[in-house]
Design a protein around this ligand. Structure first.
Ligand code: SAM
Length: 218
């Protein structure tokens, strides 16, 4: 069975030092390779194509093909889902994740993926909207409040910022008023809402299905 490049849990994670992995083959003389990783092995949570690469080289490579998709998440009450959102944004080569409100967030769920993802902080909702305007991005709020457009049938803008709320209050009224539209994810059970990190994954993937070049996926 051939393993896919992201099936990193299915076998020993990562690679050992270069000489053990490639006996008798001299080390490649490439600036993108990190001498320390070549010396010690590379067990980072990165796809196999990036084994032994420096962090800077990995970021530069993703930068060359990032999507016109930005993510914003409100963090006025210290939301625990931001790590999950960052990790998913990294997986989809999102341009930048914008944290709105508190600067501090719990990095645990990010599983170190924040090292390869551009992050930007904004003190207030209006500054993230100013940023979006300056970059020609349409802001789409994601929440299940009355009058929302169903995400399942919405056409998302190509140059897009998806904005998520936090557990409890949801997307602030200010943000919903300023957004081009608010989209909701259809639910059928008893719960009032789904986890913000899960909602972010569903919405990001909707954008990917509509706009990404799938032939460039790993
Ligand atoms: C747990 S929800 C809280 C707010 C929600 N409006 C409520 O009434 O409980 C936190 C965030 O997750 C996202 N979310 C959760 N369920 C959603 C759904 N069905 N549709 C769209 N977004 C959702 C939104 O971004 C929302 O602001």
């Amino acid at each position: 069975m051939t393993l896919g490049p992201t099936e990193w849990q299915a076998r020993r994670i990562g690679v050992r030092k270069w000489e053990e992995e490639h006996p008798g083959i001299p080390r490649p003389n490439e600036a993108r390779l990190d001498p320390e990783l070549l010396d010690n092995g590379d067990t980072r949570n990165v796809v196999d194509a990036y084994r032994y690469w420096t962090r800077e080289a990995i970021v530069a490579d993703i930068d060359s093909r990032r999507h016109a998709l930005h993510i914003a998440i409100e963090n006025f009450e210290n939301d625990a889902n931001i790590g999950t959102v960052v990790r998913t944004a990294n997986a989809f080569a999102v341009d930048t994740v914008h944290i709105v409100g508190r600067r501090r967030w719990n990095r645990r769920g990010a599983m170190v993926t924040d090292r390869y993802q551009h992050l930007m902080h904004h003190d207030a909702t209006n500054t993230v909207f100013e940023y979006a305007r300056s970059q020609g991005l349409s802001v789409v709020a994601v929440d299940n409040t009355p009058g929302c457009v169903p995400l399942e049938t919405a056409q998302l803008p190509r140059r897009c910022m998806l904005l998520f709320g936090q557990e409890g209050p949801g997307v602030t009224q200010d943000a919903q008023d300023l957004a081009e539209m608010t989209v909701s994810i259809a639910q059928f059970g008893s719960t009032r809402s789904i986890n913000a990190g899960v909602a972010a994954g569903i919405a990001m993937h909707t954008w990917i299905r509509q706009h990404a070049d799938l032939s460039r996926a790993w």
